[in-house]
Design a protein around this ligand. Structure first.
Ligand code: 5GP
Length: 113
């Protein structure tokens, strides 16, 4: 399977890891959109949000919990942060292995377009 994020999980492509456990890996985005911007990915390959199965519910919840853990580690859990899942073309998804963007370190506007 030719998946960029699976290659990062396998160590074939280097990444700056900020958090990992048995279910997820988090690493800094190569093109950060905030002072802190990382991507939290499941070790299991799931292409899009549309492909999340019943059995993946706890895993996706764990991704969100990891965001809070990383925010606390980075010291912006109380000031706040943004999490984003993009899905397919109109959502702006460019890598087809689900990933949760975690952005922090500055106030962010809304809407994001
Ligand atoms: P998407 O647009 O699919 O929601 O987000 C994909 C993200 O992956 C983008 O923010 C992009 O900057 C990031 N990205 C793409 N290629 C690489 C890479 O090789 N390494 C890292 N660390 N991030 C990447």
């Amino acid at each position: 399977m030719d998946c960029l994020f699976c290659k990062i999980l396998d160590g074939e492509i280097p990444a700056e890891v900020v958090y990992e456990d048995d279910q997820v890996l988090a690493f800094r985005d190569i093109n950060p959109q905030a002072p802190f911007h990382c991507l939290i990915i499941p070790r299991k390959h799931i292409a899009t949000l549309n492909d999340i199965a019943d059995e993946d519910q706890a895993l996706v919840g764990h991704m969100l919990q990891a965001a809070g853990t990383i925010a606390k580690q980075q010291g912006f859990d109380e000031s706040g942060y943004r999490t984003v899942f993009n899905c397919n073309t109109h959502g702006g998804q460019t890598v087809y292995h689900i990933h949760l963007h975690l952005l922090g370190g500055k106030p962010m506007g809304w809407p994001p377009y």
